[in-house]
Ligand binder design. Structure first.
Ligand code: ZN
Length: 353
């Protein structure tokens, strides 16, 4: 594997490769973007490129030239001992900090509910103070850096203010809002964009063996996050969509109680953000259908129901409905965290008006 095998993120990778080849790599980076789109993979690849044994060798001299690595100093081969050790997390100069559950519960890695505490930061600070044991660069990757508690972030600030020599720090964040501005201002920020839909379709189709309609739905729902797409359960997803379609067909201002119950169901369900994503796709589909571009409809298996809704709505109303769902969705997501039930109640009332 080399940089060219990473799907998507061409712009982000080219910035990083340029910095490596000019020997002008920043001391600290902030990789920001949606969850599960490959930021951590790129961070680990940077660590490999900075430590790969095949780097700096001309292709003809490099024993690794068959791997796709061109021997230049800004790529990696994926097969030398250094690359292999970094991949296996056993390379002494590359370390990864991740959120963990409390020690009392076993201290396992937990990206959702875990935190990064000051002890982990202190441990890394000590390791960064030693010289690089294998002669390359020390790289510290903090995955889900937004999960550092305040104490840990303050301790980390010291390392960013006085970066140890020969070391690079990469903070990987899915929610930039929860990081202290004093930290973000000391890092070179690289914004990772969601994967394009054609790339998503290839990966989802290949890895899950999903039919085209399901792959399209998964790709849309996951918002360009391959991690999310591969974690979405197809049956649960289709069941969730069925419920939303039911809510839509019963939406009426005469049935306030039914509307509040529906809002409660959506807001207390497992994935309220995805439920609203369904709604967005729904309105997009009806708008597309109105334009007569049937083959671009995501919910292609529900065409008859979509057509019924299409007849009742004007194009401008569809656009404003879509916008209302979009607003409600960003309200309940970080950094706003608005009350889910109230937001969704309000949304359903607006949609029913
Ligand atoms: Zn290598």
């Amino acid at each position: 594997m080399s940089f060219k095998d990473i799907l998507g993120h061409d712009r982000e990778i080219s910035i990083l490769k340029k910095a490596i080849s000019n020997n002008r790599v920043a001391h600290s980076f902030l990789f920001a973007g949606h969850e599960g789109i490959g930021k951590r993979l790129v961070a680990i690849s940077v660590a490999k490129a900075l430590n790969c044994s095949a780097a700096n060798k001309s292709p003809s001299l490099s024993p690794f030239n068959k791997t796709g690595c061109d021997g230049s100093n800004n790529d990696f081969c994926g097969v030398c001992q250094n690359c292999k050790d970094i991949e296996a997390s056993s390379y002494s100069d590359v370390f990864l900090i991740e959120p963990r559950e409390p020690e009392s519960k076993g201290g396992k890695i937990d990206h959702i509910a875990g935190t990064i505490k000051i002890d982990a930061v202190r441990d890394v600070q000590q390791r960064l103070s030693y010289r690089a044991a294998r002669g390359g660069k020390k790289v510290c990757i903090v995955d889900c850096a937004e999960k550092m508690n305040k104490e840990a972030q303050n301790a980390f600030l010291k390392t960013l203010e006085e970066p140890p020599s020969d070391s690079i720090i990469i903070l990987v964040v899915s929610d930039g809002g929860a990081i202290l501005p004093t930290i973000t201002s000391r890092c070179q920020r690289i914004n990772f964009t969601p994967l394009p839909q054609n790339v998503m379709l290839d990966i989802v189709g290949e890895r899950l063996g999903a039919a085209k309609e399901t792959a399209v739905l998964l790709a849309c729902l996951s918002g360009g996050s391959i991690g999310k797409a591969l974690n979405l359960d197809m049956d649960t997803m289709l069941e969730q969509r069925k419920k939303i379609v039911e809510v839509l067909s019963r939406l009426s201002l005469d049935d306030a109680e039914g509307m509040f119950k529906a809002a409660e169901k959506i807001s207390k369900g497992e994935r309220p953000v995805e439920s609203l994503e369904f709604l967005k796709i729904w309105y997009r589909d009806i708008a597309i259908l109105k334009e007569g571009v049937e083959d671009m409809v995501v919910n292609s298996d529900l065409l008859p129901v979509l057509r019924q809704h299409m007849e009742r709505q004007t194009f401008s109303r569809l656009i404003s409905d879509f916008q209302m769902v979009l607003n409600a969705q960003s309200d309940i997501m970080p950094p706003r965290y608005a009350n889910k039930q109230l937001t969704i109640e309000n949304l359903l009332m607006q949609l029913a008006t």
